[in-house]
Design a protein around this ligand. Sequence first.
Ligand code: CUA
Length: 198
Amino acid sequence: MTDTAASPPESPPDEALTMGIDPYERNWMRLSVLLLVVFFATVSIAGFAMGFQVNGEDQEVDPRTILQEEPWSNPGLREIEPGVYEAYIVAQTWAFVPREIEVPVGSEVTIYLTTPDLQHGFKITDTNVNTMVLPGQVSKMTYTFDEIGEFPYICHEYCGQGHAAMFGVVNVVAATAADDGADDAAEDAAADDEEASR
Ligand code: CUA
């Protein structure tokens, strides 16, 4: 009796640290904790460093009146500064407005989407632009088009009998060609204004 009380326990020294957990199980626990850390870091980096956020109040709209309000009453492409564009695209049963967008290669385009009717999807082929389009919300993504070519966009959420007809295309063209196009458009607009003012 007195012997046991006086001498230290004969267990291996790390027994106290490991709480007697089997090494195999211990490794699985470490892996589980590591995965939690990785997931937490992934979500944090996506949310705070890369800006993947749930829509804020500023992206809430009234789907009943949205098409009467600027800029949605006049959807399409706007050049904010050289090489930087905003594209307002309306998804509705069953078409995208506009159906075609043309930008010079290297352009940074911020795409805004909404719908007056029901849930649609929006995906631009060969890019990571991919979002839902929901009534009452504005979806927003920014993408830089670094390659010349045609990038079709499609509705990827089944939305009724005309779903398969919901598509359009981003034409990414050589910088000079798009500039000419923009000049032409500006000239046309100027001509229209002249005509209107007569
Ligand atoms: Cu819109 Cu499918």
